[in-house]
Design a protein around this ligand. Structure first.
Ligand code: ZN
Length: 352
């Protein structure tokens, strides 16, 4: 109808070729305008429902031997940027299995310097450099002692640093810029704010937890700690609160050396107290230390003890490579299938 009326007006005025062109142009603009309107009406609300923060629980284990678990490591993605928190054993492989090119990791945050939190660091630092052509160095946030640790790591891998450097693998891309951790905001760029806060981890001190804020959403990581007021302070109202937990079997629990270990981590009862006080939208256990129990039985016992301690809110056990999408709602996605997994060999490869 509208087209016909306009066509009539234009052609009545002057039935020459110019008016025909004007009519065709008007028709094109009309369709474009309609398409734009449809985009804004339909697509915009879909976009606004998308997640602001994506968390990948790369590894959930403590230092114990488990056949199918990797060391503690958590990746947070927001605003098209990636932030790696701790890098326990297997972190490099877990990134790959999560379809994340390890060469894209250049911001790493260490909660403390117990070896199980960074014994995968050298792999994340070196392998993507010479195998995947990483074109930048690493920025590393860590507690006192990080500088000495990095110095030692560079000496340990001096052979690679001396002999693998060539015109393809530049030395500058192995640089590690160290940012000492302090109590307070340690990163504030592009709307992403990361706050570090001290926690209590006995022989792991100085130890920190982290709060990650973006677009009105937040993730809080306790790091390794026993019950600590700072986790409550920063974790209150968080979208996702990731807490460590320890539970041993009865026999191990009685050993004096194990009692010492349990004192520096959080029991399910202590974690329950934190969850009760902070009321996160979702609580999640990672760095799950279950010596002598095994993963399945350990998980069951931890969950039962947390519930018995009175916390009835949302709670999940971390699973290696599980993903959590945080937006107006929180979605939990299982680890991606490894069937027909693409090989990672090209410098420019982007995962499908
Ligand atoms: Zn520790």
């Amino acid at each position: 109808m509208l087209f016909n009326r306009i066509k009539k007006v234009l052609l009545q005025k002057n039935n020459n070729i110019n008016y025909r062109i004007k009519y065709e142009t008007f028709k094109k603009f009309y369709y474009l305008a309609m398409l734009s309107a449809i985009f804004f009406i339909i697509i915009t609300p879909v976009c606004s429902q998308q997640s602001a923060i994506k968390v990948t629980i790369l590894g959930t284990a403590g230092p114990e031997y488990f056949p199918d678990l990797s060391g503690i490591s958590t990746l947070i993605e927001a605003n098209e940027q990636k932030f790696l928190f701790d890098g326990g054993h297997g972190t490099n492989e877990q990134l790959y299995k999560s379809r994340i090119n390890p060469k894209d990791i250049n911001r790493i945050f260490l909660t403390h310097l117990h070896s199980d939190h960074y014994n995968g660091l050298a792999d994340v630092w070196l392998t993507p450099w010479f195998l995947l052509g990483r074109t930048n160095g690493i920025e590393l946030w860590g507690p006192d002692g990080t500088s000495e640790m990095v110095q030692g790591m560079r000496q340990m891998f001096a052979h690679d640093m001396n002999k693998r450097v060539d015109k393809y693998n530049l030395l500058k891309n192995l640089e590690i810029t160290i940012h000492p951790l302090k109590d307070g905001v340690i990163y504030n760029q592009d709307g992403i704010k990361i706050t570090a806060f001290p926690v209590e981890h006995s022989d792991g001190n100085p130890a920190f937890g982290f709060r990650f804020d973006y677009a009105g959403h937040s993730v809080v990581m306790s790091g390794d700690t026993t019950y600590h007021q700072n986790v409550v302070k920063y974790g209150t109202g968080a979208d996702l609160l990731i807490h460590n937990v320890v539970a041993y079997n009865d026999q191990l629990s009685k050993l004096p050396e194990m009692k010492e270990v349990m004192k520096k981590l959080a029991t399910p009862e202590q974690a329950a107290k934190v969850f009760l006080e902070t009321k996160p939208k979702m609580a999640l256990y990672s760095h799950i230390v279950t010596n002598g129990l095994g993963t399945k039985q350990g998980d069951k016992i931890i969950m039962a003890r947390t519930r018995k301690a009175g916390y009835t809110g949302p709670l999940i056990m971390g699973i290696d490579r599980m993903r959590i999408l945080i937006g107006n709602e929180i979605k939990i996605l299982p680890p991606q299938s490894l069937a027909n997994f693409p090989l990672l060999y090209s410098k420019e490869q982007i995962f499908p």
